[in-house]
Design a protein around this ligand. Structure first.
Ligand code: 4NP
Length: 156
């Protein structure tokens, strides 16, 4: 089983959206039994909360389930447990690398780094911008490229 953990700051806007969209893409390729998907936040402010209203609206419109998804905080153990830790922006990457200390961080990547021709390197935080549409387009593209990369790497 290949495991993928999406990480953002609060785990209510971007990373749950990525988790749900990626899981849906993988399922459509018949890979649901082969890839385990989760998400977590750098901060603990929203632990136990469902996705943000803006993220819920996007997922509902796309017909993608977010049932049972509740925010949690990323832990040091996650860094060892997941094959792919996929963060939304450079700040998240910095926080995760600090958490890892001297341990290997080669499994920590930024989502849009998988999109070779992307104009943006970071997925902007819609908690502050309010632009969930732009975020959903970036995340969808990022997830498609990430899945293709994992399929190639893991021969799925
Ligand atoms: P996210 O957005 O990282 O995409 O979930 C945020 C949600 C909450 C906060 C910051 C960003 N917050 O500071 O509470």
């Amino acid at each position: 089983m290949v495991s993928v953990l999406f990480v953002c700051l609060g785990n209510i806007c971007r990373s749950p959206m990525a988790e749900a969209i990626f899981r849906d893409l993988a399922a459509k390729k018949g890979l649901e039994g082969k890839i385990k998907t989760d998400s977590a936040g750098i901060g603990g402010w929203h632990i136990g909360n469902p996705p943000h209203q803006g993220t819920q609206e996007i997922l509902r419109r796309e017909g993608i389930s977010f049932e049972g998804m509740l925010a949690r905080q990323v832990s040091e153990q996650d860094l060892a447990d997941f094959d792919y830790i996929v963060a939304m922006d450079a700040e998240n990457i910095g926080s995760l690398r600090s958490m890892a200390g001297f341990k290997n961080t080669s499994n920590i990547k930024r989502l849009l780094d998988y999109v070779e021709d992307s104009d943006l390197a970071d997925v902007p935080d819609p908690y502050y911008t309010g632009n969930f549409e732009e975020v959903s387009r970036l995340i969808k593209s990022g997830c498609e490229h990430l899945l293709a990369s994992i399929q190639k790497e893991k021969q799925l």
